[in-house]
Write a protein that binds this ligand. Sequence first.
Ligand code: FO1
Length: 328
Amino acid sequence: MSVRRPLHRGRVVVLAGGVGAARLLRGLAPRMAPGRLTVIVNTADDDVFHGLNVSPDVDTILYTLSGLSDPLRGWGIDGDTFAALGALGRYGEDTWFQLGDRDLATHLFRTRHLREGRTLGEVTAMQARALGVRVRVLPMSDQPVRTVVETSGGRRSFQEYLVRDRAREAVRSISYAGIRAARPSAGVVAAIAEADAIVFAPSNPFVSIGPILAVPGIRQALRRAQAPVVAISPLIGGRPVKGPADRMMRAHGLPPSPLALAEIYADLLSGLVVDTSDRAFAARLEARGVAVAHLDILMRSPMRAAAVGDAALRLAASLQRRRGRLAG
Ligand code: FO1
């Protein structure tokens, strides 16, 4: 199977967090006809470090789609060095959030253009063009939204919770500061309305997909969309490939399983792609009106990621045909 052959001609919108979404897109993007893929990216884990605006999920998607990303970590630039960070440390600055020397250029560029009055959407488009990314990458919003995690130890910014404290503290609640004033960035609502398939990447439903859905106007746009919404599970046998999604589900009183995803995305979801090890949930999901496809969803290689993306788009196409028959 060649991952270079464009297979999908419809318009596809992917809602994306960071590393899990980037892995999917590494396989899916080469399968898409040019100009047909739009990615709406979470910006609620953005933050300011050393006076610079950092948008980790936007960066992870851009670095992955341009072939720059560090394949092992999943974030940052492959082969980057950390001399500037070391020098900042000598001034006594906090250096737990590791900004590489080359990565710093991305944040310097973003910060300057935001200060000069450009929107995050405009700056992201400039960066995508400069890096040769052909996929349309849209931040969920131009307005600042920040995930706040209330933990057993107190209130944390998302990066403090995840990176500084290594997600060790028990999560009590999660909120999105600034969400009421946020609006979908330019192109987001239209892309959803015009899509033939909408895919939720295998990203954390509370801190990656959740903030995107909470931007006023986005959930409504998804409910109105003609296209079916298909999610790819971030869980395999009740455990996330990366990150604290399972613990966050438990904190919300939901045992970590595909059923919890159906519950969280209830009003939106038409289909769910799960791992073969979770296929026993299919009957209960189907009974709730969620169509299921199952395969090995661990994306060890671009080839496996292409297979997962294909499964999601095939499931979406079958749902569209079913809807067409019902409408007809
Ligand atoms: N993740 C880490 O685990 N440690 C880091 O020091 C770190 C630095 C970093 C710098 C720039 C960037 O774009 C991403 C970075 N990430 C780091 C990833 C990021 O914290 C998370 O993966 C996302 O916010 C969650 O999607």
